[in-house]
Design a protein. Structure first.
Length: 343
């Protein structure tokens, strides 16, 4: 099998280190692996596949001879993606920078792999909460077109990166010691006011927009429509940060164009790649973030009719934000390109 020169931008963060785990787990065919980060991380040693790699500073010249550039996300994507593309690499970017660019495909490999072919050097990885919802929606959309979605999310602190996990750790420790909990990051670092996440829920992820929705909520709306190429599908979202380390949970209410059978729906979800049904109310079996963390699949449960509205159903979907919601989806895009000879 051909091997590829791979660069990881943001290699020392939560998503970057997950890339390294997944490259080893999935036996990704790399020849050279170039780990890039900011100046303060230069010289750190990271390990994958039994080999140590030294972290280098990301510069305009970092992508020479690179075939695939995996961007872990953040504001640096906008700066470095043009350099990588100019050097001949295909960039798969986990930030929000290019997601709604009409020239950039937005891809969940199980949902719309054919969109990859439209790339002009950059492929965007969707928002974590969007990916997890789309994994549950696609097998159902194939049974009947979706008219409307109402989604509420319960998003883990891993969505705010390693700093979010560290903040929850610190606040729990402060609370158990009888100290005042200090908040420095959530709901979003750019805002003047911060709230503790330990023992709390914060109904704000990212900044508020003029329509009173947050950017995170509108990402779910706009990205889902783009992924399905269905701009008539109506979507409304409420996104909430919860004191959970990993795995986002989502309550999704879906209205279809025509009625469906619950057993047919469950069977379609369960046989869809990357999704498992975990739904047995009699035995109290349903997905929970504690038990889906570090798993590659998304899990669906609590599938039931909405008894107030025709052709409408409720479900609960849970998926690891750092894996399928970020690093795994990014790596799977590269795997599809390799498997189909598109690179």
């Amino acid at each position: 099998m051909k091997k590829y020169n791979v660069a990881i931008l943001g290699a020392t963060g939560a998503v970057g280190t997950e890339f390294l785990k997944l490259i080893e787990e999935r036996n990704f065919p790399f020849n050279e692996l170039r780990l890039l980060a900011s100046k303060r991380s230069v010289g750190k040693m990271l390990t994958t596949c039994g080999r140590e790699f030294v972290v280098q500073e990301a510069t305009a010249d970092s992508f020479k001879d690179i075939d695939i550039a995996l961007f872990a996300g953040g504001s640096i994507s906008k700066e470095f993606a043009p350099y990588a593309v100019k050097a001949g690499a295909v960039v798969i970017d986990n930030s929000s920078t290019f997601r709604m660019d009409p020239e950039v495909p937005l891809v969940v490999p199980e949902v719309n792999p054919e969109a990859i072919l439209k790339h002009k050097g950059i492929i965007a990885n969707p928002n974590c909460s969007t990916i997890i919802m789309c994994m549950a929606l696609k097998p159902l959309y194939d049974l009947a077109r979706i008219k409307r979605i109402v989604v509420s999310t319960y998003q883990a602190v891993s969505g705010a990166g390693k700093e979010g996990i560290d903040e929850l750790d610190r606040q729990v420790l402060q609370h158990t010691r009888g100290q005042e909990m200090t908040a420095e990051l959530l709901p979003t670092g750019s805002m003047p006011k911060h709230y503790p996440i330990a023992f709390n829920l914060i109904p704000q992820i990212d900044i508020f927009l003029d329509n009173l929705y947050t950017k995170e909520e509108m990402k779910m709306v706009n990205e889902t429509q783009k992924i399905f190429d269905d701009y008539e599908m109506k979507i409304t979202a409420t996104t909430v940060r919860v004191p959970v380390y990993r795995s986002h949970s989502e309550s999704v209410n879906i209205e279809f164009e025509h009625d469906l059978d619950l057993r047919e729906m469950a069977a379609a979800i369960d046989k869809f790649p990357g999704v498992q049904m975990l739904d047995n109310p009699a035995e109290q079996k349903y997905p929970m973030p504690l038990y889906t963390s570090d798993k590659n699949d998304c899990y669906v449960g609590r599938l039931r009719r909405d008894e107030t509205q025709p052709n409408t159903f409720n479900l609960w979907v849970v998926g690891d934000q750092i894996r399928k919601g970020a690093a795994l989806n990014t790596l799977q895009i590269a795997e599809v390109m390799i498997g189909k000879g598109w690179i």
